[in-house]
Design a protein around this ligand. Structure first.
Ligand code: FAD
Length: 401
């Protein structure tokens, strides 16, 4: 066991997108950073469909080669097989996710103040005091290191979170990459009662390669077989297969004494689609500002981190994540004919235009406010509530807490 006497300013657990990007943002302030990652190669294993809204390029500079394709239309299927096509000016990116994870890792490699510890599993932490200052002792499988701040960027099953009694509700996902002949301009989304906790997807990577996946709570392999059968796709023709875990819910607690949680570990994930990248990039900027402030004011208390990180996230991405979660709860209560009725209303009223004007893959709040003023939509929504009285209770609880 290697016991270093060096005290890092910040120790980040997890070198995926959240950990690497946060380290990159912090490196400019000259803080000494350690990153612990259990895997040997950054970005591997791949666990992503790689569909990201155009906000990506507003948040970070993305080299051209990371963007593999752009889609113009979302074709959404109801459980009965009816479909609707929606388009707007969103045109999401389909990205090379491994390359995105490596983008900031490579930039960080040349920074003197960032040290990576790969193939090293984080196990535990303890508080201790030195010169009257509270510090954290971090135990990995190979060494013990000390830091002033610990950041859990260790994904949906976060060990840092577990040690702080924070646990995510999670669902499982399976995805294959395969050569097929769908439309490269469209992303296909499939709602079904058997995978009502999220959805099935076909994402065009480009060059006739499609990422076909499904996320749900139980029996994921069985459900995925059903989904592929439905699409007439032979799994034996796959190029590769991925799996993964998606946290579903509202944002978790993220601020603790000398500790922050960021990304999937804090459930900064849209419950409508399972997408987390835009949310965690936004949260990383808030976390970096907070951490730099901690050092400026020499204050690492839970209240300080709560005020400068958790509450700022709650006011910004948190509100949007809550709406995403509400939409998820409503969809879970939909019957097959409710989807069909909704599609019919969208096609035959002004709603399609409202969606194309105000629809936002990540931030659905303004769309919801616009829809709430549409009489046909409101009538439909009240009919859903009447059919599912329990839903009213679920909505109130979600809005209140
Ligand atoms: C199948 C699937 C498809 C998805 N598709 C999309 C999509 O299309 N668009 C989108 O925006 N989002 C998508 N997501 C979600 C997105 O991938 C996540 O939101 C994102 O990866 C979260 O990044 P993160 O850095 O917080 O955590 P992760 O990417 O989970 O990274 C956590 C890192 O911590 C490391 N780690 C974990 N525990 C330890 C430990 N004890 N010690 C050391 N290291 C540890 C892991 O090895 C990993 O490198 C998808 C997720 C899945 C599973």
């Amino acid at each position: 066991m290697n016991n270093s006497s060096k005290i890092y300013d910040v120790c980040i657990i997890g070198a995926s997108i959240a950990g690497n990007y946060l380290a990159y943002l912090l490196s400019r302030s000259g803080l000494n950073i350690a990153i612990i990652e259990e895997h040997k190669e950054i970005g591997i294993p791949l666990q992503c469909a790689g569909i990201i809204s155009k906000k990506l390029t507003q948040l970070i500079d993305v080299p051209e080669e990371i963007i593999l394709n752009r889609v113009k239309i979302a074709k959404i299927f109801s459980p009965s097989g009816r479909s609707i096509e929606l388009s707007g000016d969103e045109e999401p990116y389909i990205i090379d996710r491994v390359a995105l994870d490596r983008l900031f890792y490579k930039k960080n490699q040349i920074k003197q103040n960032i040290e990576y510890f790969l193939v090293e599993k984080f196990k535990n932490f303890h508080y201790f005091k030195e010169n009257n200052q509270k510090l954290i002792q971090i135990e990995t499988a190979r060494r013990i290191i000390s830091a002033k701040i610990l950041v859990g960027c260790d994904g949906p099953m976060s060990t840092v979170g577990k040690l702080l009694d924070v646990q995510n509700n999670t669902i499982s996902a399976i995805q294959i990459r395969i050569n097929e002949n769908f439309d490269e301009n469209k992303v296909y989304l499939y709602f079904d009662h058997r995978w009502k906790e999220l959805l099935g997807w076909i994402v065009p990577e480009g060059n006739n390669i499609y990422r076909i996946g499904l996320a749900s709570s139980r029996n994921i392999s069985k459900k995925f077989k059903i989904f592929l059968n439905q699409l007439n796709i032979e799994i034996k023709n796959k190029i590769s297969q991925q799996g993964g875990i998606i946290p579903i819910g509202k944002m978790n607690k993220m601020a603790f004494e000398n500790i922050l949680l960021l990304g999937d570990s804090a459930c900064q994930v849209k419950a409508t689609t399972g997408g987390g990248i835009i949310m965690l990039l936004s949260a990383s900027k808030i976390a970096a500002t907070c951490i730099i402030k901690c050092f400026k004011e020499n204050c690492f208390s839970k209240n300080f981190i709560k005020k400068n990180y958790e509450k700022v996230c709650a006011r910004t991405i948190g509100k949007q994540l809550k709406i995403n979660y509400l939409i998820r709860i409503i969809f879970e209560n939909f019957h097959s004919d409710d989807f069909d009725d909704l599609f019919k209303i969208i096609k035959t009223t002004k709603i399609e235009k409202i969606i194309s004007l105000y629809g936002d893959m990540d931030f659905p709040r303004s769309l919801i406010f616009k829809l709430a003023r549409n009489f046909t939509f409101l009538k439909f929504f009240f009919r859903i509530l009447k059919k599912n009285p329990n839903l009213i209770y679920q909505i109130i609880i979600t809005l209140l807490f």
